[in-house]
Design a protein around this ligand. Structure first.
Ligand code: ZN
Length: 401
């Protein structure tokens, strides 16, 4: 058994005896007779720290024994100085205590139950079994910060399982037995059985910020940050609002309105662009037809359009073949690729799928389609105009035949 000294906030270091050492994935696991290094558990992340000159990256508890993952082995029987890294410990303790305060208040204010908690080095979440709206979450956050500012001491009691039954608390872990059960009361607003580390006074949490929320399994998942994490979030959010305000040449409080207006303006402009593009393509189709040769009563339109998107090319081909009895062989060079659309009017006896195979062969391209329309692409290449002139001659022969 390892004596757990990390519950005493005054214990920053201790001297411990090495009871066992195992080679492990990622280093050596060291078992100590006592430790100030908190092992991962109860939703709280592991401390990091030192045992003598060995660096500890993680600790875990197994049957009341605490194994420390270290970068080098120590001799069994050796005595070493043990310490934890204070900043990560403070950060984990702040998030953990903040979680108590939020969960206790969610229950009191909205009868909403914490059904899941996750803490990582860069975020923490709580899952609540009820949907909470923006106003409720703002109220929860405000009350949580009131509990922080009230600077209430955390109270811890060790009880046995019989005593536990008679104590009213928000949450008790399942399967607790024996006479070493820890109950904590945090911020004057929460009580539960818990094995984590807690701020001595609720004021040490500093600041609790709910940073995001989403509907989750019929309830709410909320992201929150405490202490310096909350300060960092506030700094980043303020910097973002400031950048947006400068970009839109407006005050921060008007940024949302400006962004929404820009979105509306963009949607209107896109709509207008579609109308005008359609009009331009109609003129272009008429122009192509006016300059095209007719082969046996069917116009043959072969053209290389510059920078057309595939959808625009398709629309142009459709317009050509709708306006007159025609075959359209339209290509567009855009960046590193060449796209093509092959269309025919109704009543033209020529398979565009076959034409596509012939075009693929000379362009080294890929594509295919139906008898009335086909499309494909190839890599951009030199001499495309000349290749296309040869293909136009080939098409005339095919249409004659
Ligand atoms: Zn706790």
């Amino acid at each position: 058994m390892t004596k757990k000294l990390y519950y005493d906030p005054e214990m920053k270091t201790c001297s411990a005896a090495v009871l066992d050492v195992r080679e492990s994935k990622g280093g050596y696991e060291i078992l100590l007779d006592q430790t100030v290094i908190y092992p991962e558990g109860g939703g709280q992340l592991s401390d990091t720290g030192m045992i003598g000159s060995a660096k500890v990256s993680h600790a875990r508890e197994e049957d009341d024994r605490i194994w420390h993952l270290a970068d080098k082995p120590l001799a069994v029987g050796e005595t070493a100085e043990v310490s934890f890294d204070p900043l990560p410990r403070l950060d984990h303790t702040q998030q953990h205590t903040g979680e108590h305060i939020l969960s206790g208040l969610a229950k009191t204010l909205f009868d909403a139950v914490n059904v899941g908690f996750h803490m990582a080095e860069d975020y923490a979440t709580i899952d609540i079994d009820k949907p909470l709206d923006d106003a409720q979450l703002a109220h929860l956050e405000a009350e949580a910060n009131r509990a922080v500012q009230a600077n209430v001491p955390t109270v811890t009691r060790i009880v046995n399982d019989k005593e536990l039954d008679s104590i009213e608390i928000r949450k008790r872990a399942k399967g607790l037995a024996g006479d070493n059960i820890r109950i904590v009361w945090c911020g004057g607003v929460d009580s539960c059985t818990c094995c984590g580390t807690h701020c001595v006074m609720s004021g040490e949490v500093g600041y609790i910020k709910i940073t995001a929320h989403m509907n989750y399994k019929g309830g709410t998942r909320l992201w929150f940050a405490c202490g310096m994490r909350a300060v960092k979030h506030a700094q980043e959010t303020a910097a973002l609002a400031d950048k947006l305000a400068r970009r839109f040449s407006t005050k921060q409080e008007n940024v949302l309105e400006a962004v929404l207006k820009q979105g509306d303006d963009l949607a209107a402009a896109k709509k207008e662009l579609r109308v005008r593009t359609d009009m331009l393509l109609s003129y272009r189709a008429a122009d192509l037809l006016a300059n095209a040769d007719a082969v046996g009563g069917t116009k043959l339109v072969v053209s290389l359009e510059d920078g057309f998107a595939m959808q625009e090319l398709k629309l142009l081909a459709e317009k050509v073949c709708t306006a007159e009895k025609a075959v359209a062989v339209l290509l567009s060079k855009a960046g590193e690729s060449v796209y093509y659309q092959l269309w025919r009017s109704q009543g033209v006896a020529l398979s565009m799928r076959d034409v596509s195979s012939a075009l693929n062969a000379i362009l080294g391209g890929k594509g295919g389609g139906r008898d009335d329309a086909a499309q494909g692409s190839a890599k951009a290449q030199e001499g495309l105009s000349e290749t296309l002139a040869q293909f136009e001659a080939y098409m005339k022969q095919r249409m004659k035949g």
